[in-house]
Design a protein around this ligand. Sequence first.
Ligand code: ZN
Ligand code: ZN
Length: 267
Amino acid sequence: MEKHICIACGTQYPEADAPPAACPICTDPRQYIPLDGQQWTTLAELAAGHQNEVREEGELVGIGTTPSFAIGQRALLVPFGDSNLLWDCISLIDDATVAEVKRRGGLAGIAVSHPHYYSGMVEWAHRFDCPIHLHAADAEWVMRPDPAVRPWDGDQQALGHGLTLIRGGGHFPGGTVLHRAGGAGSLLTGDIIQVIPDRSHVGFMWSYPNLVPLPDAEVQRIAAAVEPFPYDAIYGAWWQTVIPTDAKAIVRRSAARYTRALSGALP
Ligand SMILES: [Zn+2]
Ligand SMILES: [Zn+2]
């Protein structure tokens, strides 16, 4: 019996004799099956050829797998009282990572932006004995159901210690960003609001790998959902996708650029 992990998206499945027939996360048109077909690994196999890097990322601490695995996102450790919240998740969890996270205060919870980063969240929750906060609108995408998963509903969910989950929707109906109060404030956005290479704008898409846009009304809804919150920085989903300052103006002008582009004017 093995808990199989999809090599393309990093999602871990429940214990079974054989891998699932397909990975619904990857057959969904927001992801894709690689040209060489559906392939599976296990946590032990993954750990044999990969390790996690834990290092500073802006004012936070990032945790990412090297060499890069699946979608390649890194998670973030966000201070939460005398512990941490893990924002987004990755597939690999090993003893070295557990020891390093415990040295930095451990985990009091995990919150994930959307199903592409559910990855190894149940494995992580079991190692740290903590809950997982996911938006209920995306419950059908939980491939390894577990009592640690605590769905929340509505438009906002305060977690305490200055952290608030905000439902943006867009890329997925329950697409979530995390607001962190303190200082000028920051948003952790996964790829619900995607930081683009030169950091001058952000992107809002239905499918990033397949380049399918959202309707303008959805783009404006995401921008409106974060507008009431004070923030100056945005942390995207991958290493170094950080907008250190002026992020609020960048979100506003990016949303306006989508309106122009989607109404037929070149931006
Ligand atoms: Zn997959
Ligand atoms: Zn995604």
